[in-house]
Design a protein around this ligand. Structure first.
Ligand SMILES: [Zn+2]
Length: 233
């Protein structure tokens, strides 16, 4: 494990060598950083390149933090950043006459009846995300499905279920399961996951045929996949 300093922050990373020509940086969902460097590049050169990308790495880690139940606990206090459809919003917590969540003027406003309690804010937000996820997933999946006109399958059911390691999955021929957390990523990322899973309704495996269809339906898929996986090369 190596580390470099960036301002007051430290970035820990694992260094791997390969015969590739350029340096690749991967930030994983658990916030670990893997640097894949050309076998011949010097350590100084590698460090310099990581330094240049330090801000990006820290941003990716912050982005991932909010998806992860196992990373630093959210405190659910005013000022905290929460994501919705790829954008970050400051949390504003106040007292009111009824429990409510509103997205207003760039702020995610949580209103608590009677008393402000962390547990209540957390539940109100989770419900809000879930309701919005249901609606949004429905409209995005309808749109995604309309791109598969020439293929012969029925509109799959969209199920929302928490999964610790995946954004989406498709194990049967009539159902796609989505992680509700993906509502925090951009619409395009959600669309990518849905299109990926719909491609599996045509081809089960990740073979050439699969990628050919994916490429046809969504030529920019790689960009959204990388954004979800926080990979940069
Ligand atoms: Zn797949």
């Amino acid at each position: 494990m190596h580390k470099i300093k960036y301002g007051s922050q430290e970035i820990f990373y694992e260094l791997k060598r390969s015969n590739r020509k350029t340096l690749g940086i991967e930030v994983h969902p658990d916030n670990s950083v893997i640097i894949v460097a050309p076998s011949k590049s010097s350590f100084e050169d590698i460090e310099r390149k990581i330094e240049k990308r330090a801000k990006w790495i820290i941003n990716q880690q912050a982005y991932f933090n909010q998806f992860l139940p196992r990373t630093p606990e959210r405190k659910y206090i005013s000022g905290e950043t929460h994501f919705y459809l790829g954008k970050s919003y400051r949390l504003k917590i106040s007292l009111g006459t009824k429990n409510q969540v509103k997205l207003k003027a760039g702020k995610l406003e949580v209103i608590c009846k009677n008393k402000i309690k962390q547990e209540l804010v957390k539940n109100l937000l989770a419900n809000w995300y879930y309701t919005h996820a249901e609606k949004k997933f429905k409209s995005i999946s309808n749109e995604a499905f309309s791109k598969f006109k020439e293929y012969d399958f029925k509109m799959p059911k969209i199920e929302i279920r928490r999964m610790s390691k995946r954004w989406g999955s498709c194990n049967t021929l009539d159902k796609i399961t989505l992680n509700p957390e993906i509502i925090k990523a951009s619409s395009k990322c959600i669309e990518y996951v849905l299109i990926h899973e719909m491609c599996h309704l045509v081809v089960r495996n990740h073979n050439k045929e699969f990628y050919k269809i994916l490429e046809t339906i969504m030529p920019t898929w790689k960009k959204w996949k990388d954004k979800l996986e926080n990979k940069l090369s």
